[in-house]
Write a protein of this length. Structure first.
Length: 245
């Protein structure tokens, strides 16, 4: 199972998620890096895990408090070719996602840059057709099925025909909660997903939780707090991110 580090952006800082309660998010204090600068934190996360994928949530865009176009371009430049940035910026449809990708491309200046992979979250997505549109334009979109308090958020989750090849199970009240991974919801989604890759998110406290997540059949798991707190260990698997077997 691949471990994918997470970077949450708010008000120009990398912040620490707390149960999806975004009013409580504060600049990160991490054992990996002595700053909350997003580029420094991103580099530290990738270096510590050996991951070739970084998940970025632009909470400023999601909350309507100011997007981070310049920061995102800097991340693409800093991480460079060979790294994928999975970006959730509260996309409501395909057009705003494409517009953001074009803005970032204009702002990025490096000779090689990380690839941007759009994540469409049901919490904000209004048009399910965005998935097919993004695919048709050469993107490889990911769908985040968002949950809070046991309730599916936003667009209906039950009909899976429009789902892309990769789906995230995002249980917001487990994010930053040290409550353990939400394996029940993940199992429910896997039952509907067929051959699609299902990726879990949130709740990881330690290596035992990573083992449970790996045993659940998840292709990958998004991890943040446990990385910053140093409560998980990794065996580096170069080219494929950190893995647990």
């Amino acid at each position: 199972m691949q471990v994918i580090p997470v970077l949450d952006l708010l008000d120009g800082h990398a912040v620490r998620a707390v149960r999806g309660e975004r009013s409580r998010y504060r600049p990160i204090q991490s054992s990996l890096c002595a700053t909350s600068d997003p580029v420094a934190i991103a580099r530290a996360l990738v270096a510590a895990t050996g991951a070739r994928t970084l998940y970025v949530a632009d909470l400023g865009a999601i909350l309507g408090r100011g997007a981070h176009d310049v920061v995102l371009a800097a991340l693409c430049d800093a991480l460079g070719e060979g790294v994928d940035i999975w970006l959730d910026a509260g996309f409501t449809a395909f057009a705003p996602m494409r517009a953001l990708a074009e803005r970032i491309a204009r702002l990025a200046h490096g000779p090689s840059r990380a690839a941007l992979v759009p994540v469409f979250g049901t919490e904000t997505l209004l048009d399910s057709g965005a998935i097919a549109q993004a695919s048709a334009c050469g993107f490889e979109p990911i769908l985040s099925l968002d949950y809070r308090g046991g309730r599916a958020l936003g667009l209906p989750h039950a009909g899976s025909a429009w789902w892309p090849s990769r789906v995230i199970v995002m249980t917001l009240d487990h994010v930053g909660a040290y409550a353990g991974p939400d394996l029940d919801t993940l199992a429910d989604v896997r039952a509907l997903a067929g051959e699609r890759e299902v990726i879990g998110a949130g709740g990881i406290r330690d290596d035992a939780d990573l083992g449970l997540a790996a045993s659940s059949g998840a292709a990958a798991w998004l991890v943040a707090s446990a990385l910053h707190d140093g409560t998980v260990s990794f065996r580096r698997d170069v080219g494929h991110g950190s893995s647990v077997e």
